[in-house]
Design a protein around this ligand. Structure first.
Ligand code: PLP
Length: 393
């Protein structure tokens, strides 16, 4: 059989109905524990000598199907699902660091990830250097003797700046430092960081992977060796596991990931063109519509531009809030990647925990707006934005 395509794997990978009484839909194994065949079988399971399930914090068949499917889509050896994106991020970062280490991170970061790095610093003296990671020299300058991980987002939430995955991975290899990439904004349909030499991919599966705004979940993908270790240490002992019903919802959502991402992108491209022609809009940040060096990165590592847009309006924090208040179809809400178009003001919402001075250095101004373009008809999305923009003084 030739290698199957992404859209086929998104529907079939990780599940064979023949092993489940023919049930075409993955059964929801709503159980905490599993009965052993015998005391000896129980001993063998605990010793790792038998494949059997033990207890759902250590593994669950519904969750396992999701882990296998996402691992395949990201081109990784093993996936591990968590109760939230932050559960996945914290389990991976705790596994990769110890007291007094150093983390190199992209300049912009999801607000709670930034909060986690600050907590590491306060509690364990694990310091972080925030870097643009945009040239070989800049990357080398950020690395210290005690650097134990390079952590990045691309596109960066919410500024949509891109980082060259291949370049970062190449330099990190020289120093034997693992590169961890939060791929929430792109999904593996658009960008596969492991293909560029990065080591671990993280997702808030709450967003595009599930795609329907009804689950909080996370997933990590990478080598079997590393994820086996996470499974047996930080996941097992910190315990941020995913519930089987939530895994089932994401398995369902994944079946339409390719067609959803195509439509999110098509809609976003129309909205970007309209925003660019509007006199109240001062700047737009969207992959492929940036500086030439940014566009080169987009061409190299992203197959599409995706559904996330950031833009700035001419005005203050209050003007920006007014714009949000004038909207009707577009919902004022954090989160992203849903069928509904969602809009938010990062400075006062998702990134409010970052002190103003650092926030501004990251490019998160008071008039920056983040738009997650949904699956409604693009003209209805635009008409709503247009009437709200026209009401601004
Ligand atoms: C939402 C988000 C997270 C956190 O995920 P949760 O599922 O909310 O815990 C991490 N990274 C990015 C880029 C996100 O958008």
């Amino acid at each position: 059989m030739p290698k199957k395509h992404f859209a086929t794997d998104a529907i079939h990978e990780g599940y064979d109905s023949k092993n489940h009484l023919g049930s075409l839909s993955t059964p929801i194994y709503q159980t905490s524990t599993y009965e052993f065949d015998s005391a000896e079988h129980g001993e063998a399971c605990f010793a790792g000598e038998s494949e059997g399930y033990i207890y759902s914090r250590l593994g669950n068949p519904t969750v396992r199907a999701l882990e296998e499917r996402v691992a395949k889509l990201e081109n990784g050896e093993r996936g591990l699902a968590f109760g939230s994106g932050m559960g996945a991020i914290s389990a991976v970062l705790v596994a990769l660091t110890k007291a007094n280490d150093h983390i190199v991170s992209s300049t912009g970061l999801y607000g709670c990830t930034y909060g986690l790095l600050k907590m590491f610093e306060d509690k364990y003296n694990i310091t972080s250097t925030f870097s643009d990671l945009n040239t070989e020299t800049v990357i080398r300058d950020a690395i210290q003797d005690n650097t134990s991980v390079i952590y990045l987002e691309t596109p960066i939430n919410p500024t949509m700046q891109l980082i060259d995955l291949e370049l970062v991975a190449k330099i990190a290899k020289e120093f034997d430092i693992p590169v961890v990439v939060d791929n929430t904004f792109s999904t593996p349909y658009i960008q596969r960081p492991l293909d560029f030499g990065c080591d671990v991919v993280l997702h808030s599966a709450t967003k595009y992977l599930n795609g329907h705004g009804d689950v909080i979940a996370g997933i990590a993908v990478g080598s079997k060796e590393f994820l086996d270790e996470v499974a047996m240490t930080t996941q097992k002992d910190m315990g941020a596991i995913l519930a089987p019903f939530d895994a089932w919802l994401i398995l369902r959502g994944l079946k339409t990931l390719p067609i959803r991402m195509d439509r999110h992108t098509a809609n976003a491209e129309k909205i970007v063109a309209k925003l660019a022609a509007h006199n109240k809009v001062t700047d737009i940040y969207y992959p492929g519509k940036g500086r030439p060096d940014q566009n080169e990165i987009k061409e190299k590592q992203m197959s599409l531009s995706g559904g996330m847009i950031a833009f700035e309006v001419d005005g203050s924090k209050e003007t920006t809030q007014q714009l949000l208040n004038h909207l009707d179809i577009i919902k004022v809400a954090v989160s992203l990647g849903d069928a509904e178009t969602l809009i938010e003001q990062p400075a006062t919402m998702t990134h409010a925990v970052i002190p103003e001075e650092e926030r501004l250095k990251m490019g998160i101004t008071n008039s920056l707006i983040r738009l997650s373009v949904g699956l409604e008809h693009w003209e209805d999305i635009w008409n709503d934005l247009d009437q709200a923009l026209n009401k601004l003084d």
